[in-house]
Design a protein around this ligand. Structure first.
Ligand code: FEC
Length: 307
């Protein structure tokens, strides 16, 4: 007999229309309203990438692809999909409440972020768990999946494909910049958080498995809190790698994200590219995982470890 369980897919969320930008930004800032200048700056960044982010549509497609792949992979379990977002409706709590209303008593949770930090994946899971505890729903949480062979294979293939665009004799003048979203350094160090090691491990696996010769690790998209964040920032890193080694080709793989959105389309494709243009070097950014079967397969394989 087939058993139906919940599949709670959690993601960051993005404004659906321009008037959502202010409440969304206020939610990101834990209820503190942004100044007019901060709000305008964010609106300008969305405008630059075409008005709004493609994130909402991609999150839905990723979640549906994952549900379908899990339903293929499991014979005796049927996964029913619920999407819960961190900063905009449907919020994580709304999704868990819908599960309860549908009579779901068991679920697997997955965050659309490959590395574990108690401040990213951990905070999604805590919110989901607190809501589930009200209804007695049993959760199995996927903590991370960056280390899954299919995830590493996805990025390895993308790096090798990018290298084919660079003359072979210049591969020694090419560097791979492996990055994730920065987080406040003090919090990460105080809690001995695994996040920096997980990014480091990702970079090591890509160095071992792809044809890239030079690899550097960086952090991106840091906030403006007046306190130190994990570094080096990818833009500063680009300059220092150029000054120290004179690389001609820079390949950016923002492996901490899973699709094209503001932080990739603006922070990589505009900000890092501006630095590359100023230095007179070539900018490359392979496409993001989105619904690629290797990426979805990596999450399926990790779900099999927890359920
Ligand atoms: O495309 C889009 O519309 C949304 C893209 C988006 C993603 C994303 C992922 C992460 N964030 C993480 C942490 C922080 C911390 C702060 C912070 C601020 C912002 C702002 C926007 C934004 N984030 Fe985000 N993040 C995205 C968007 N993020 C917009 C606000 C303005 C700005 O700084 O650009 C700072 C909060 C504060 O001020 O206190 C911290 C982490 C991730 C990756 C994991 C995940 O997806 O959850 C970590 C996508």
């Amino acid at each position: 007999m087939t058993k139906t369980i919940g599949l709670l897919v959690m993601a960051y969320g993005t404004p659906y229309k321009e008037s959502d930008i202010e409440p969304y930004y206020t939610d990101i800032r834990h209820g503190k309203q942004p100044s007019d200048a901060e709000l305008q700056d964010l609106k300008d960044r969305y405008q630059f990438i075409g008005g709004l982010s493609p994130l909402a549509g991609t999150t839905n497609r990723q979640a549906e692809a994952l549900r379908d792949a899990l339903n293929e992979a499991y014979d005796e379990v049927q996964f029913k999909l619920y999407i819960g977002l961190k900063h905009i409706s449907p919020f994580i709590e709304d999704a868990v409440q819908s599960m309860h209303e549908d009579g779901i008593d068991e679920a697997v949770t997955v965050v659309l972020a490959p590395h574990y930090s108690s401040f990213s994946v951990g905070s999604y899971n805590t919110r989901a768990q607190q809501e589930a505890d009200k209804y007695g729903i049993q959760f199995k949480h996927v903590a991370h999946y960056y280390q899954q062979p299919k995830f590493i294979q996805y990025w390895t293939e993308k790096i090798n494909e990018t290298l084919t665009k660079i003359p072979h004799e210049e591969h020694d003048e090419t560097v791979l910049v492996v990055s994730a979203h920065s987080l406040p350094k003090g919090l990460i160090e105080k809690n001995n958080d695994p996040y920096p090691n997980e990014l480091h491990h990702t970079a090591q696996l890509l160095e071992e498995q792809s044809d890239i010769i030079h690899v550097a690790e960086g952090w991106q998209s840091e906030g403006n809190t007046g306190t130190p964040w994990l570094g080096p920032d990818v833009q500063d890193l680009t300059k220092s790698l150029y000054e120290t080694y004179g690389y001609k080709h820079f390949i950016y793989t923002p492996v901490g994200f899973v699709c094209e959105h503001l932080e990739v389309l603006f922070d990589n494709d505009y900000e890092c590219k501006v630095v590359c243009d100023e230095l007179g070097v070539n900018y490359y950014r392979p496409s993001m995982p989105n619904t690629d079967p290797l990426f979805i397969g990596a999450i399926v394989d990790e779900v099999k470890n927890v359920y």
